[in-house]
Design a protein around this ligand. Structure first.
Ligand SMILES: [Zn+2]
Length: 486
């Protein structure tokens, strides 16, 4: 990650006004229905009233208005929570991913993903290249979705990022932890302390850098903290890490061989363990951001190593001749304008500095070896991929009459209103789907008198329109190791 150049969005007045109206209507609708009622959702008559009042159909039908039970707690009615917000489908990408906005966002990074710095080609669908820093569909907290926090930032251009679908959808998804656990609207935006680095407002290189020995992202903030308490100053630390990357703790090469010494790793771990909770939290942003975005994922690491090999072949003769002049300035000036245009700029800066100090190492052979190793390796157990749309709108619904059911859970799609409105006469609770644990449970669909089988995997990869169809004309449930709620 590199810091992103400041940008100004030249939105015309009509577009600005449209964004304002859309935001106001979303917030007004939430305010309008925010009076809590236990065990109910909007009935058809409420829906008609809201639409008559002038709220857009799309908003009303994607409104989440329900009683959620925390699946992890004992079955106590007092633990139930009232949830209000929208599913992902309520947010209109044609308003925030317009040509002008995408062009401005992309221009600021020379067309690279703000998180992983991959060059994003024309093969992507434009809408999929814009994501939100603060997720308007809500953030995940202990398995449940807190839906209301960031709705007002859906069309706020300062909340938009240019990102690849792998970083934004597959990995970040609806994760948005804060250092102290406080989120908007409980605290103001300016007092919120997100864990995830925001490349629009912060310099990611303060937190994340790259190890040229293995191509991996590492938590620079934490490593710097470690060396600061060893009485080194910042300039000494930076110089040491590029001259001797084997002093970056807890590093191994792609084949699994350790690159840092066991003594160093032990010392680093002991220091980490000695930190107070607050100290540890304040030094966690680099590491947590790497984890949330999965910046060392197999495919990305492979591409980075191939990039390093190609870059070394381009630069090696310049580096070898210039470094023998012992000209320290040469290190700073060499090909930097070119690097900023390329993908993986931050990695390239770190690699170039290390190569400068170790010009006779056979870098090409090292990277080629890793690329060959990783190419032959199976991509291992990645997390299950659940698109934000499915996470925000698929839930378990348990009717009062079904509280004693075991091994079976009804699944509903929140913006498929027919079935939901029909069930409002009965009390019901909603439970979040535990995507990791329930993933292999059997999903069954009852439709026109017949029952057929499917899977969570198929369900979440179905096109939204087809999914909505499926849920509005059939009953869908999962069979697995579920407990009765009463
Ligand atoms: Zn990316």
């Amino acid at each position: 990650m590199m810091s992103i150049a400041p940008m100004s969005f030249m939105l015309n007045e009509t577009h600005k006004a449209t964004l304002q109206v859309a935001t106001k209507q979303m917030l007004d609708l939430l305010h309008r229905v925010s009076e809590p009622h236990e065990y109910r959702l909007l009935a058809t008559v409420d829906r008609n009233t809201l639409i008559k009042e002038g709220f857009a159909n799309d908003l009303v039908d994607n409104l989440v208005y329900l009683t959620e039970r925390n699946a992890n707690k004992s079955v106590k009615l007092s633990n139930d929570k009232f949830s209000i917000g929208y599913t992902q489908a309520a947010f209109d990408a044609s308003l925030y991913a317009t040509n002008d906005i995408v062009k401005t966002l992309a221009g600021a990074s020379s067309g690279k993903c703000y998180w992983c710095e991959s060059q994003l080609g024309a093969t992507h669908i434009q809408e999929h290249l814009v994501s939100h820093y603060r997720p308007p569909a809500g953030y995940l907290h202990e398995g449940a979705l807190k839906r209301r926090a960031y709705v007002g930032l859906t069309y706020d251009t300062s909340n938009l990022l240019y990102t690849c679908p792998q970083c934004a959808e597959k990995n970040k998804g609806l994760q948005f932890p804060t250092l102290d656990g406080h989120h908007m609207p409980e605290v103001q935006q300016s007092n919120e302390h997100p864990v995830l680095i925001n490349p629009r407002t912060e310099n990611p290189r303060d937190y994340i850098r790259f190890n040229p020995l293995n191509g991996k992202a590492y938590a620079f903030d934490r490593v710097k903290g470690f060396y600061l308490q060893k009485q080194m100053d910042e300039a000494q630390i930076e110089a040491q890490l590029v001259k001797q990357p084997n002093t970056i703790p807890l590093q191994s090469d792609p084949t699994g061989k350790a690159l840092s010494s066991p003594q160093l790793d032990a010392e680093f771990n002991a220091w980490l363990a000695s930190l107070s909770v607050n100290e540890k939290a304040s030094l966690s942003r680099g590491e947590e951001s790497i984890q949330i975005l999965n910046l060392n994922r197999h495919a990305l690491l492979l591409t980075r190593l191939a990039h390093l090999q190609a870059l070394w072949l381009t630069l090696q003769s310049d580096i070898k001749s210039a470094s023998t002049d012992n000209n320290e300035q040469g290190e700073l000036t060499l090909e930097l304008p070119l690097l900023a245009q390329q993908q993986f700029t931050s990695l390239s800066i770190d690699a170039k500095a290390t190569w400068w100090h170790n010009p006779h190492e056979n870098w090409s052979a090292i990277y080629l070896n890793y690329v060959q190793f990783l190419s032959g390796e199976q991509t291992h157990h990645e997390n299950v991929f659940v698109p934000a749309l499915a996470q925000s709108c698929l839930m378990y619904l348990v009717l009062e009459s079904e509280l004693t059911l075991k091994q079976v859970r009804r699944i509903v799609m929140l913006n498929s209103h027919d079935l939901l409105y029909a069930s409002t006469t009965s009390k019901c609770v909603f439970l979040p789907i535990n995507w990791q644990e329930d993933w292999h449970n059997l999903v069954k669909v009852h439709e026109n008198g017949t029952t057929w089988q499917t899977s969570f995997n198929e369900l979440v990869l179905t096109k939204p329109a087809a999914l909505q169809n499926l849920f509005s004309r059939s009953e869908v449930w999962a069979e697995g190791n579920y407990e009765a709620l009463a």
